[in-house]
Design a protein. Structure first.
Length: 153
């Protein structure tokens, strides 16, 4: 007989409360179970002591008999240190942009980066020209003017 450690929903409408039960895999979610080994109240804050209650010795007994926890119950047991913490895959982001939109955003980002680089290069070039103009010896136009006047007289 295959046995699971899973959640069975209880509580009122829009006020969920779950019992952690040992059940045959063929039984319905809220149907027949073998033993109740804990409770989960998602309405309480995550750091509240009564959010997850576990009967550790009975859970260890059933794990020794080959009972498999569901994903959510495995996380509870992992946090309690009864089993290794399971790998948790992130949920898909359905609102994320699709492939074409992501490509378009990447192209826009590259164009913006190229524009910034061109602007920076132009600023460097202008600064270099300004520095070169300041470093070059300046010819005094006032000195040339009296020489021309002397030739004319």
């Amino acid at each position: 007989m295959s046995v699971k450690i899973r959640l069975a929903r209880a509580g009122a409408k829009k006020r969920p409360y779950y019992h952690i039960v040992i059940a045959d895999i063929r039984s319905p979610r809220d149907g027949r179970f073998i033993e109740r080994v804990g409770a989960y109240n998602p309405m309480l804050p995550s750091d509240h002591a009564d959010r997850v209650k576990l009967v550790e010795e009975r859970i260890q007994f059933w794990l020794g008999r080959g009972a498999q926890p569901t994903d959510r119950v495995a996380r509870f047991l992992g946090k309690a240190g009864m089993i290794p913490m399971p790998k948790w895959n992130e949920q898909p982001k359905k609102a994320a942009p699709k492939k074409k939109a992501q490509e378009r955003l990447a192209a826009e980002a590259e164009a913006a980066k190229a524009a910034e680089e061109a602007k920076a290069a132009a600023a460097e070039k202008a600064a270099a020209e300004k520095a070169a103009a300041e470093a070059a010896p300046k010819e005094e136009p006032a000195a040339e003017a009296p020489a021309e006047e002397a030739k004319a007289s």
